[in-house]
Write a protein that binds this ligand. Sequence first.
Ligand SMILES: N[C@@H](CCC(=O)N[C@@H](CS)C(=O)NCC(=O)O)C(=O)O
Length: 237
Amino acid sequence: MIDVHFVPTPNGHKVSIMLAELDLPHRLIGYDMLGGAHLTPEFRRINPNAKLPAIVDPEPIGGGAPFAVFESGAILLYLSEKTGGALMPRDPRRRSMAQQWLMWQMAGFGPMHGQAHHFVRYAPEGQTYPVTRYMNEARRLLGVLDRRLAEAEYLAEDYSLADIAVWPWARAARVIDIDLADYPHAERWFDAIAARPAVERGTGVRNAPNLASARPVLTAEQWSNLFGDNMLRSGER
Ligand SMILES: N[C@@H](CCC(=O)N[C@@H](CS)C(=O)NCC(=O)O)C(=O)O
């Protein structure tokens, strides 16, 4: 039974969708991120970066002691390897495509959309420069996705873990007022993936209403846990 240290955010849903697709027994361990539950020395032993998600596999590839994996993209690769290469194309070109789009998600699409969410939803209002910068980048990257999906049914032609990595962030675009209908090929791909039973199961756990709202209201303590001194100081404990 794999332990999944989890919050129902786009990065968390990548892992819960992958586990549902693979039908791997797992247990979701929820964290109160607003309360700073992830800022503990115990969790830092699982993820030195103190972010969610992370997994602990009691029966790791190659045997031995339970093994922890952090970074959602690395978790998808690990789970694929554990299941003999599931959701990773066998064909070498397609396999490389899946790796390329996974890296694109982890290094570009996710972080840029994440910053757009931060400045639109969490930062004090009225900061036009960062809002414009990250919304432009979020839209530009959706354009890249749309053009790819105009030429291929899925990112690596076959449905793969690259689609699983990108899909939850495409889903979150509506919260920052981006309409996927403006990206018709991405919307066609989005709807096809949304209809998969495993995706429905993998997104069954929802965010708390406050965090899911367009403009979450945080107490000073909660803000500090996520973005301020508590978050900064936690690494020193
Ligand atoms: N690159 C990381 C990002 C993880 C991440 O930022 N997780 C967020 C939740 S989606 C988090 O833990 N936030 C709490 C914090 O930043 O203190 C991954 O893909 O796993």
